[in-house]
Design a binder for this molecule. Structure first.
Ligand SMILES: [Mg+2]
Length: 225
């Protein structure tokens, strides 16, 4: 029987893409550089690739924050210091927290029935601020961030640290819900947790990885839990 729900934050509860686009506009505006829609595509292409490197253990988060904006600005032919840009971007991101569709409704539903935990690869303070600003923080019993735990999904260490705090709850009494196959689903499967892939992009199911459940919208969680 499921007692505990672990749920990813970015692009599961909060719309990271919309939040990141808002943050980019804020920082570009600060530098008085015109923002074009296609710049966001450059950001997501490079950012997604770098996070896969982190998930696979080929790069640390600190390294990502060092190289991310230097790489993106280079690709845009903009001559600015990427590390300074990164600081401004992370700061701007704190004020940009747009919930995904049905997020509030589903968190309220889950919080009254299960131990509800955020499980996210992100700096701790940043994620706390964003959850506060979105008004969603009140639904969570625990906020597990890679920043606080010192380990990232999909590693075993990340989930080990979560269950240390979840005294008396076992992996087979838990479900991991998230949009990322590489971080959320692979991490959950490897740790023996039931998994639910939030496939809002309607992407083809990956070969060799079988989530227990697949949903296209968050309100479908009510059919499972
Ligand atoms: Mg995510």
């Amino acid at each position: 029987m499921i007692k505990c729900v672990l749920i990813d934050i970015d692009n599961t509860v909060l719309d990271f893409n919309l939040s990141a686009k808002e943050a980019m506009k804020i920082v570009f505006n600060e530098y008085e550089i015109q923002f074009y829609e296609e710049m966001f595509g450059v950001f997501t292409g490079i950012n997604d690739g770098l996070w896969i490197e982190v998930e696979n253990g080929r790069m640390t988060k600190d390294e990502l924050f060092k190289v991310r904006w230097n790489t993106i600005l280079n690709a845009m032919n903009i001559n600015l210091d990427g590390e300074t840009f990164e600081q401004k971007f992370l700061k701007a991101l704190e004020v940009c927290a747009v919930p995904m569709k049905f997020a509030e409704e589903i968190l309220e539903y889950l919080s009254s029935r299960y131990i509800l935990c955020a499980a996210t690869n992100a700096p701790h303070e940043q994620q706390l601020l964003r959850l506060e600003r979105s008004g969603l923080i009140k639904y969570f019993d625990h906020i597990f961030t890679s920043g606080k735990l010192g380990a990232t999904k999909p590693s075993r260490e990340f989930f080990e640290e979560c269950f240390k705090a979840l005294d008396g709850v076992s992996a087979d009494e838990s479900i991991m819900i998230g949009d990322s196959i590489t971080a959320d689903i692979v991490g959950g499967i490897n740790y023996g947790i039931t998994t639910c892939w939030y496939n809002y992009r309607n992407a083809p199911a990956p070969e060799g990885i079988t989530p227990d459940y697949i949903i296209g919208t968050l309100d479908e969680i009510k059919n499972i839990l």
